[in-house]
Design a protein. Sequence first.
Length: 385
Amino acid sequence: MNVDGASSRLGSDRKAAPRVSLFLTAALLVCWGFGCVVPGAESKKMGKKSDRLEGAALATFAGGCFWCIEAAIEPREGIIEVISGYTGGVEENPTYEQVSSGATSHAEAVQIYYDPKKLDYDDVLDMYWRRIDPTDAGGQFVDRGPQYRAEIFYHDEEQRIAAEKSRAALEASGRFDRPIVTKITPAGKFYPAEEYHQDYYKKSPENYKRYESGSGRNEFTERKWEEEKSSASPTSWDPGNFRKPSPEELRARLTTAQYEVTQHEGTEPAFKNAYWDNHREGIYVDVVSGEPLFSSKDKFESGTGWPSFTRPLVKENIVEKVDRRLFVTRTEIRSKYGDSHLGHVFDDGPPPTGLRYCMNSAALRFIPKEDLATEGYAEFIKLFE
């Protein structure tokens, strides 16, 4: 997000960040000087801090372009708010121009407010690791310089220990062929970035997409995380011995979306998931345990944007639970052996059952009919003969 190099990524838009008048700047500095701005609550999108953030937990990370970290983490289930800003330096009240040019010791960073009832610090750390290159000490992707470093800023001893354990586990995983160099340091004062930079991925989606696609970040993270999961060997599933793997195995095996949905009752976006419009013949199994759940024979177009079925393939593998989380009573569907959150069932489906099993693609793995035998599900071949 270096201003000098912005034209190669965003054209003139990045350079066109509005400059406030000298009078407004002076007024803001006076306001900051008298402490009327609370770190983490200055952005207009925050609203009243007491209303939005009461009981929230806080995590602070630097990882290069703060737009990219905010855009990847803010929409996640359990995340209350993400604020883009500057931290890690000694200069007071830094501006974007100062930080991006390397004139300060600050880094572009984000403060993440999350619901501790839905997520723990390890979950947020996992989201962070999956969006950065932890082996790069010279910046992140196209943004070069210490102002674009990757760094974890802990707020208490518990976070420090968790961050160090997480970094050590990543190092030991063998995922990267270079040492992990991401620093872990005490959190200091955080200065929210100018309003122009808050929610930039929403305000200027086309410019953001151009920057993100040209940064190399997506290609790197998909290569290190997503592709590895989607190409998991069939031998990692044991259809004869369905079980829920350990938390360590789950974190290593699942993508962020799969983990959020199955382990934290998350919901993926409608019409932007793997199987909502999948018309191939085959079965759907639990992405965690491998137990068979649904068949393409019972799949129908519900118009909701999620894969929907009239009935389970193996009824014994479906567990129903009462769900009152959204102030209405719904019937949650979980898998028997994996205990994965799959989705919900409603009574507005078509014949012959009148039911609609509305599932998350991220909780499922599709096995086409031609692969049933090699994947260990030969008993279901007869469904498609």
